[in-house]
Design a protein around this ligand. Structure first.
Ligand code: FES
Length: 123
């Protein structure tokens, strides 16, 4: 069996884009680390006790396809540097077929990131 993968783009400093293929079921933190993308993470081994794996979903259609963040994730995101409306923790974003083509920005590169068309979800 060929492993199913989706394509993911990480956007870093100077809008530098890195395209990778990520197996379904793998977190974006693991995928970044396997591909030498500068996403720190691992500070807490994906246990929602840090915010170093913060990524920003660049397209709101994809943001809306993700599972809602848990309260624990939201608490950590509140502490993240460069928080945006479509921020998530990379260790909690798991590759699934609907996410094929997702683009993720690394927050250090995007201090004032604004996502067009973002509509806050009701709580
Ligand atoms: Fe710590 Fe994701 S690695 S919250």
């Amino acid at each position: 069996d060929k492993e199913e993968t989706i394509s993911v783009t990480f956007v870093g400093k100077d809008d530098e884009e890195t395209h990778i293929e990520v197996p379904v079921g793998m977190s974006m933190l693991e995928a970044a680390q396997e591909n030498n993308i500068e996403l720190e993470g691992r500070a807490c081994e994906a246990s929602l006790a840090c915010s170093t794996c913060h990524v920003i979903v660049m397209d709101v259609e994809y943001y809306n396809k993700l599972e809602d963040p848990t309260d624990e994730e939201n608490d950590m995101l509140d502490l993240a540097f460069g928080l945006s409306e479509t921020s998530r923790l990379g260790c909690q974003v798991i590759a699934k077929p609907e996410l094929d083509g997702i683009r993720l920005a690394l927050p250090a590169a995007t201090r004032n990131f604004a996502v067009d068309g973002y509509v806050p979800k009701p709580h």
